[in-house]
Design a protein around this ligand. Structure first.
Ligand code: MN
Length: 232
């Protein structure tokens, strides 16, 4: 193979529990408005007919969380704690909800960090959300745990606390669109691949983070993610 004209960037990867191999991140799909209470706090109602999708670049991943610089260009950085689905197989074209779970390798816990001020401005003008959602280190993500160890998705609870105070808490059963339904919808729009991640949307309680804040996120005793923001 001829030499690359500039150094090839390292592919972002996540740790996999109980496995020395890592999960290589291909794309990051995100679902908007998948918990009714959060849609309401953002001033919308859920429309069952049309899941809202957006993307983050794969290298927005911050594997394992930890300390990160406070993002630039915002004075309203919001946390959104979310279940993350990790795909372990390519979809052969469109899949039905019945076929979708065969693509799932496992689950992780992530933060969909959001520059809410830029998103609000984009929404008013009918403009895209990229600068609000797809910035550097906007996706701190835990290790991946294999689906078999996670168990059936049901009553496990998503939780996020900031500086020791609980901000977001809800059972996964509150999701409006289920994991197989979302995978089926995405497969109509994109060629789904092993290595894809899907952020499943956040419950109510989103709020602003400040430089110096520390967060702790969990799904029951199954998954944990800890991190903090340095001063600018
Ligand atoms: Mn989100």
């Amino acid at each position: 193979m001829p030499d690359p004209i500039v150094a090839a960037p390292a592919a972002p990867t996540l740790a996999v529990r109980g496995d020395a191999r890592r999960f290589p991140v291909h794309r990051i799909y995100c679902v908007g408005r998948n918990f009714a209470e959060h849609a309401r706090e953002m001033g919308s109602e859920i429309d069952r007919g049309t899941p809202v999708f957006f993307m983050k670049p794969a290298d927005a991943v911050l594997a394992g969380g930890g300390e990160q610089p406070f993002p630039s260009a915002t004075s309203d950085l919001h946390h959104e704690v979310e279940l993350v689905v990790a795909l372990g197989r390519d979809a052969e074209g469109e899949v039905t909800a019945d076929q979708a779970m065969a693509l799932v390798l496992g689950y992780a816990l992530g933060l969909d960090l959001t520059r809410r001020d830029l998103q609000a401005k984009a929404k008013t003008k009918g403009l895209p959300w990229d600068t609000a959602k797809g910035f550097d280190r906007s996706a701190p993500i835990s290790e991946v745990i294999p689906a078999a160890q996670f168990g059936a998705l049901a009553a496990q609870r998503l939780m996020l606390s900031v500086n020791g105070s609980v901000r977001q808490q809800a059972p996964l059963s509150d999701m409006v669109w289920s994991v197989p339904e979302i995978i089926a919808e995405l497969s109509r729009l994109y060629e789904l691949r092993a290595g894809d991640l899907i952020f499943m949307g956040t419950p109510a309680g989103v709020a602003a983070l400040q430089p110096g804040d520390r967060y702790h996120a969990a799904i029951d005793e199954l998954l944990h993610l800890d991190g903090s923001f340095t001063s600018r």
